[in-house]
Design a protein around this ligand. Structure first.
Ligand code: ATP
Length: 330
């Protein structure tokens, strides 16, 4: 199927500095895509290129079967919301209703809270019924509580209107909760793209594994197609190992304590840290591999820890189950 928006081989140079390197991706009609990445990775530049606010050095952009690469912003079909509040006094009651602000029709914009102001900015962006909604860190200036409910509101509104949306954010939780698909950027390139679940459960690079959620990374050598060696110990993997030298990632919540003896990849360990976080405990386990001890981050449900009276400095068995070990190419 033809994509609603296609970005082809976009590069952007600022003098000698290359902010975007050969970036290509597509967005389906009505899809919500988040461009996620650390500060300086080029995500805002990419959004500005899509809006025509910045001219690409190379590459083309197609929107709704039309080449928009060289059109000025006012000839493109988008609405945009920035991080800072861009206010607009002349909103219709209908639009204010849409974003839940009809009670505030008599207020001057300066009297509105940050969250209300961003709702106004959203109503303004949506007023001309654009084909594309661009959101540039729209929630990052707001406090955590407001951010959380506005996330849900924006997501629900986007689904209700079916407007194709691209949001830039550096906040991985925001991207995981809002996006249909995440485009993860690093140093001007696309590191990986996929559904939030896909990026979390199958990171392809150490950067992706580290940026989305918390993880453990272990250097490993191939022993056979489904076996690796880590610090002198042999571990079974479910995935096929293709390279001789790989990185293995395992999420903290995938480390199992007190496994049945029939389980695979069992090691002894000592709980070095254990921190109560409400529904979970987060901790560090010093795992006894054959030639070296290594600390692994772990996370367990509070119910399990309390029920089994597990405490700091306890010696325990853990299993690093084959299906929890994800192989990353070095
Ligand atoms: P942040 O979250 O901090 O805004 P970002 O991922 O959005 O980061 P960009 O604003 O796209 O990053 O900037 C990418 C790189 O390009 C940065 O190193 C930035 O300094 C540089 N850059 C952006 N705009 C310009 C400009 N007009 N002139 C020179 N360099 C620029």
């Amino acid at each position: 199927m033809q994509k609603y928006l296609s970005v082809h081989n976009i590069s952007k140079l600022f003098g000698n500095f290359q902010a975007l390197k050969d970036v290509s991706f597509g967005v389906d009609e009505s899809e919500f895509v988040c461009i996620l990445g650390p500060s300086g990775c080029g995500k805002t530049t990419l959004l500005r290129v899509i809006a025509g606010l910045e001219e690409q050095s190379e590459g083309t952009i197609n929107q709704n079967n039309k080449d928009i690469s060289l059109l000025p912003p006012d000839e493109r079909d988008f609405g945009i919301v920035f991080q800072s509040y861009a206010l607009f006094p002349n909103l219709s009651v209908k639009l204010l209703e849409l974003v839940g602000l009809s009670d505030h029709i008599d207020k001057f914009s300066a009297q509105l809270s940050g969250g209300e102001q961003q709702r106004v900015a959203l109503a303004r962006a949506l007023a001309p019924s654009p084909g594309l909604l661009l959101l540039d860190e729209p929630l990052s200036a707001l406090d955590a509580k407001v951010r959380q409910y506005l996330r849900l509101e924006i997501k629900n509104l986007q689904k209700k209107l079916g407007v194709t949306t691209i949001m830039v954010t550096h906040d991985q939780e925001e991207a995981l909760t809002m996006a249909d698909r995440i485009i993860l950027m690093n140093k001007g390139i696309i590191e990986q793209e996929g559904s939030p679940y896909d990026l979390y459960s199958n990171p392809q690079t150490s950067f992706a594994a580290n940026f989305i959620g918390t993880t453990n990374l272990l250097e490993a050598n191939k022993i056979s197609n489904n076996q690796v060696e880590i610090y002198g110990s042999i571990l079974e993997c479910k995935e096929t190992i293709n390279e001789n030298s790989v990185t293995i990632t395992i999420r903290p919540e995938d480390i199992k304590i007190n496994p049945d003896s029939s389980e695979k990849n069992i090691f002894q360990g000592v709980i070095k840290e254990l921190e109560f976080l409400g529904s979970n405990f987060r901790g560090l386990i010093e795992v006894d591999f054959k030639s070296q001890k290594t600390n692994l981050r772990c996370q367990f449900s509070s119910e399990y820890i309390l029920k089994n009276s597990i405490e700091k400095n306890n010696s325990i068995n853990i299993s690093l189950q084959p299906e929890a070990l994800k192989v990353i190419k070095k």
